[in-house]
Write a new protein. Structure first.
Length: 591
């Protein structure tokens, strides 16, 4: 075992339990990881501090709760500052649920963010439940390591907006990549090795040694093997516009039920949710799941059911003629379908501050960019927003930043943020919340360096140093490209279903005698789901539910159309054609 191999660290004051756990770790992981054991919190902390000072990697720390000197949860809480990316598991004995103290310790530690989850101690050999839990920890840790070999290597200026855009795009699409600063020894060596001199932008080196200099998003997507064009077959039963949670859900259910399905996504699989560092309240993921991981699983599930994907292309127009819907893409190509599901989601509203616009991507970021966490190590950063996304971003950034401050225009977080996130924020000593405050100005020399904050109650202002500002406020729907026949509310959200009949303008646009289906817009056969829909609940789970329900309405619409025209609109699974190669488990689109 190499001395610089990542460590799996276990702490337990019970000699027999420590030996048993260490032995199980060695049997399964010793080929790639060092197994480090300690019998007290004091000894463990000393080792972990030394390892942090010497730059040694720690992948997982497992600690028993009832250690001498301090509890396991207290120790694991300190681990986050020493080794921010290490996964932390509280070791508990089988049957611990009968012990109220242990159960309380788990619940409090989870609420306060001191542990990632609990781990049942191994009691037999092999103990596959124990190994599965640790393996999942290791997998999650490995995905967060930007310094280890990956499919793509990005060499660029960390202060460049385009470099940040490329790294963020790769992260949100779940593409394993490594970043090297262009001025670093590794960066210069890589450029020299590939014959690149004085590049005029970031350089991307692919796994097969292709070199892309300042690639467009489409060229970048081609670099990791995704489909960016329609190809030969351009006629479908249903087209889904947007690959966020609602769109992916619609794709899974539509294609699994035999509908020829196309998904068009202008940016990244998972949409806005892909930037969420940890979603803990999604059903079935008790330890939580990153937005990117959830999106990757949904993408692969849809692909297996023969859904076709076209990424990095935007839908620019929609025309309905002869009972069919025609979608034009940003590359000029067209696709037709019997029904369309609009799941285009929303973007975070931009700040109306001219001084900060030039700093977008240079310290000012829209969304909770997971890829930015390591670049702000030891700095003070600010997050604007009072919703769950803002809370998740602040907690994630606090693992690396010296301090993260959440700025909220309202008087509290309780009306807009889930309780579990508020509790975790309260328990994190380097996360602050400032209410009734807004950003009034800011600036810096080529990068954000300071902000002006205004108290909304007293109108007092103060200037504070700031290394980064993450903006997660409001939402703007992607609907300007749609025809006037599709009714929108005053903010651009799509009016659908029963809301059409209660809105006089929308009701006037509804052309049929039958009432609209639940998610149907004022253009029959065109449905709206997820955040883009008027009065939708802005949660991942509700978006997934709407996507699945919309497919049943697509079937109903196609049946109605078939009855009206005498031509069957929905095509059985046997007619699916052109199935392409399977996606890698680490990739976000077709290989």
């Amino acid at each position: 075992m190499e001395a610089d191999a990542p460590a799996l660290f276990v702490v337990d004051g019970d000699d027999d339990a420590l030996d048993r756990t260490s032995e199980q770790l060695r049997r399964r992981f010793a080929a790639d990881y060092r197994i480090v054991a300690a019998r007290s919190a004091e000894a463990a902390l000393a080792d972990l501090e030394r390892m942090a000072a010497e730059g040694e990697e720690v992948a997982v720390v497992l600690a028993d709760q009832w250690l001498e000197g301090q509890s396991g949860t207290e120790l694991l809480g300190r681990v986050q500052r020493l080794h921010p990316t290490a996964k932390r598991g509280l070791l508990v004995d089988w049957g611990a649920w009968a012990d109220a103290r242990t159960a309380d310790a788990i619940l409090v530690a989870m609420a306060e963010g001191r542990i990632d989850y609990y781990v049942l101690k191994p009691w037999r050999s092999p103990d596959e439940l124990f190994h599965r839990t640790v393996a999942e920890f290791v997998h999650e840790w490995s995905r967060a390591q930007l310094s280890r070999p990956r499919e793509l290597t990005v060499v660029g200026d960390p202060r460049s907006a385009r470099t940040h855009e490329i790294v963020t795009l790769l992260a949100r699409n779940g593409v394993p990549h490594v970043f090297r600063a262009v001025a670093s020894d590794d960066g210069r060596a890589l450029l020299a090795e590939h014959g690149v001199t004085a590049p005029n932008g970031p350089v991307v080196i692919t796994l097969d040694e292709r070199v892309l200099v300042d690639p467009t998003n489409v060229e970048l997507a081609g670099g990791y093997g995704v489909t960016t064009g329609l190809g030969g077959d351009r006629d479908f039963d249903v087209i889904v516009v947007g690959a966020g949670p609602a769109g992916l859900s619609a794709a899974v259910y539509a294609s699994s039920e035999g509908l020829r399905t196309l998904v068009i996504e202008r940016e990244s699989i998972g949409g806005q949710s892909a930037s969420s560092s940890l979603i803990r309240n999604y059903l079935g993921f008790s330890r939580g799941v990153t937005g990117a991981e959830l999106a990757q699983r949904a993408y692969q599930q849809a692909w297996v059911f023969t859904t076709r994907f076209v990424l990095m292309r935007e839908a620019v127009s929609l025309l309905s003629e002869g009972g069919r819907h025609v979608l034009e893409l940003s590359d000029g190509s067209e696709a037709t379908a019997g029904a369309v599901v609009l799941a285009t989601g929303v973007s975070y509203r931009r700040l109306d501050l001219p001084a900060l616009e030039p700093l977008t991507g240079l310290g000012v970021y829209y969304g909770g960019s997971v890829s930015s966490a390591q670049s702000i190590a030891g700095e003070h950063v600010y997050v604007i927003g009072g919703g769950n996304s803002a809370g998740q971003a602040a907690l994630h950034l606090a693992r690396q930043a010296a301090r993260a401050t959440i700025l909220v225009r309202g008087h509290s977080l309780s009306a807009t943020m889930s309780r579990y996130l508020i509790d975790a924020i309260d328990a994190t000593d380097n996360v602050d919340v400032r209410t009734s405050v807004e950003v009034a100005d800011g600036g810096g020399d080529g990068r954000l360096e300071w902000l002006v904050l205004r108290d909304r109650e007293t109108d007092e202002v103060e200037t504070v140093p700031a290394a980064a500002l993450f903006v997660l406020i409001g939402s703007e729907p992607h609907t300007a490209w749609l025809p006037e026949t599709v009714a929108r509310d005053g903010w651009g959200f799509l009016i659908a279903g029963g809301d059409i009949l209660t809105d006089s303008d929308a009701a006037a646009r509804w052309p049929l005698e039958r009432p609209p289906l639940m998610y149907e817009t004022t253009l029959p056969g065109v449905f709206a789901v997820g955040d883009v829909r008027h009065r939708s609940v802005k949660r991942v789970a509700s978006a997934v539910g709407e996507g699945s329900v919309a497919v049943s309405q697509v079937h109903e619409y196609l049946s109605l159309a078939a009855a009206r025209t005498g031509v069957r609109q929905d095509v059985p699974l046997e007619r699916h054609q052109g199935r392409s190669a399977a996606p890698s488990a680490n990739r976000s689109a077709e290989a």
